[in-house]
Design a protein around this ligand. Structure first.
Ligand code: AMP
Length: 273
């Protein structure tokens, strides 16, 4: 496996790839969720490139950019075990210059849900992915459903800008007790981890209610709220695939999303119904 630091090294590596190239974009602190994306890419492509880059433009002032977990050695081992062909780990200066163009996520998709608390976040995501897609020109790019709004915005960007890449969604990977794996889980102590389990339990409750025939968004949100207590809930939302709120669950076309604070850590999770 090659470790690439510069855009030139990445371009040279890409030029030697033949056949399909899979790309997995990450911010590092890799866990089994990331590994699932990488392994899927390896199984579906001739070459797989993983980026590990804590992208400053997707963090708002006051967010956790400086303390975001950075574990490069462990990350490299995980990529090796998953049989990735190359890891791209650039410095910030390699990626961003002084006068930068910004790719703006569409307002309709980016000003709701995460965008309310994190305005501008998805512009940073679209900008970095445009840069990476331009350098790598991947055949397939793998994204987790864990970041549902991000996935929908990326699909929209690729379609709007006629980008020649196939976006492949990957199911959420959870710990055995249900918690959605996240690099930010490392901020939590044991007590907070136990509290965080309420998030997946609330989604499980929603799933059971739906299976029993309850389709009313109000009723489902009510039941979820009572499970999430006393955590500070940022939002519980039930939306369609354009992120518009729906009053009634439509099987195959609805997503239930939750954002919750466990102490100072903001965690998100969701269920694609
Ligand atoms: P991040 O490093 O948090 O930017 O995530 C990189 C990619 O991994 C994104 O496409 C995420 O949606 C995906 N991802 C993160 N956590 C999980 C998870 N628990 N299950 C599946 N995919 C995930």
């Amino acid at each position: 496996m090659q470790i690439l630091k510069t855009i030139q090294e990445l371009r040279d590596f890409r030029a030697k790839c033949s056949g399909d190239v899979g790309f997995v974009a990450t911010m590092g602190a890799l866990h089994a969720g990331h590994a699932q994306l990488i392994k899927t890419s390896v199984s579906q492509n001739n070459h797989t490139i993983v980026s590990i880059f804590v992208n400053p433009t997707q963090f708002l002032p006051g967010e956790d950019l400086s303390r975001y977990p950075r574990t490069p050695e462990a990350d490299i081992k995980i990529c090796q075990l998953c049989q990735a062909d190359a890891v791209f780990m650039p410095e910030v200066d390699e990626i961003y210059n002084q006068n930068e163009i910004k790719i703006l996520a569409p307002k309709e998709l980016s000003s709701t849900l995460e965008g309310v608390t994190r305005p501008g976040h998805f512009d940073g995501v679209c900008t970095i992915l445009t840069k990476f897609f331009n350098i790598i020109n991947p055949t397939n790019a793998y994204f987790g459903k864990k970041d549902a709004q991000q996935l929908i915005i990326i699909e929209n960007m690729v379609k709007s800008l006629f980008m020649n890449v196939n976006i492949v969604p990957i199911d959420i990977v959870r710990s055995s007790d249900g918690l959605a794996l996240s690099s930010r889980n490392s901020y939590l102590n044991d007590d907070e981890l136990a509290q965080a389990l309420k998030i997946s339990r609330s989604l499980m409750k929603a799933s059971n209610l739906i299976k029993a025939g309850e389709l009313s968004s109000i009723e489902i949100k009510k039941a979820m709220s009572s499970i999430l207590e006393p955590l500070r809930v940022d939002y519980i939302a039930i939306v369609d695939k354009n992120l518009n709120p729906v009053d009634k669950i439509e099987l195959g076309n609805s997503i239930i999303l939750v954002a919750v604070y466990v102490k100072n850590t903001r965690l998100i999770d969701n269920l694609w119904v």
